[in-house]
Design a protein around this ligand. Structure first.
Ligand code: 13P
Length: 256
């Protein structure tokens, strides 16, 4: 982290878990375990139908609500899709785009991720843009080239002012839901590389101000070490964000 230049963000990705009725008790437990003061922004990204409940319950504890996906289209005959306008209208502040599960199960490519990020920015929602390599790519030694490409493609056509609202999440696919965390050195190396890519496009100042999160089996035990790295400005947490005590511990770890 480097609080002098950028925000620390602890974001949970609930994926397709929990229900709207479970949010209030979750937030109550989170509140009981949360540190008295905190130096980070906290977000919980839920399925779209649960966002209003999260906004309501999260207000008091300053937990913002986020979505997990958005349509690239503004409106129209796209059955089942949710638009950025619709997310913004109910008060959504953040939204994940390009999660590896969407890339894998829904065939999303980098250009689509870019279109979705731009759709969100137009409506004032901060995109949490996910990138990350597969195990095969890591073993083949192409991690940084691949992630650099993903970042460049995702940011295509986004200007420096809009970049200020963007959050990048580095999530190595092999570390997601596997209990196999990247070492803090591995995570730092790629996050630093991502910042270098952004620096090349936008210059030093904008690059310094972008929050880059790590995701992939981040938990109450390993969070402090990962967050101590200079280019890791927070976490995108799956499994551990479903447990209020663990999530509160990760929030506390960002206070270091
Ligand atoms: P886990 O923390 O469960 O590995 O999930 C990470 C993730 O995919 C967050 O988006």
């Amino acid at each position: 982290m480097n609080r002098k230049y950028r925000k620390t963000v602890i974001a949970g990705n609930w994926k397709m878990n929990m229900t709207a009725s479970e949010i209030k008790p979750f937030i109550e437990q989170l509140k009981e375990n949360m540190p008295k003061t905190r130096a980070c922004d906290v977000v919980l990204c839920t399925p779209a139908v649960m966002i209003p409940a999260m906004i309501k319950a999260g207000k008091e504890v300053k937990v913002a609500a986020g979505g997990q996906d958005v349509s690239k289209y503004e409106k129209g005959a796209y059955t089942g899709e949710v638009s950025a306008t619709q997310l913004a209208d109910i008060g959504t502040k953040y939204c994940i785009v390009g999660h590896s599960e969407r890339r894998q199960y829904h065939g999303e490519d980098d250009m689509l991720v870019n279109a979705k990020a731009r759709a969100l920015l137009e409506k004032g929602i901060a995109p949490i843009i996910c990138v990350g390599e597969s195990l095969e790519q890591r073993e083949a030694g192409v991690t940084m080239e691949y992630v650099a490409y993903q970042v460049k493609a995702a940011l295509n056509g986004i200007d420096a002012t809009q970049l200020r609202r963007c959050i990048i999440a580095y999530e190595p696919i092999w570390a997601i839901g596997t209990g196999k965390t990247a070492t803090s050195e591995q995570a730092q190396e790629v996050c630093e590389g991502i910042r270098a890519v952004i620096r090349k496009i936008y210059g030093a100042r904008p690059a310094r101000a972008v929050s880059i999160l790590y995701g992939g089996s981040m938990n109450a035990k390993n969070a402090a070490e990962l967050l101590a790295q200079p280019d890791i400005d927070g976490g995108l947490i799956g499994g551990a964000s479903l447990k209020p005590v663990d999530f509160a511990t990760i929030i506390a770890a960002s206070n270091q």
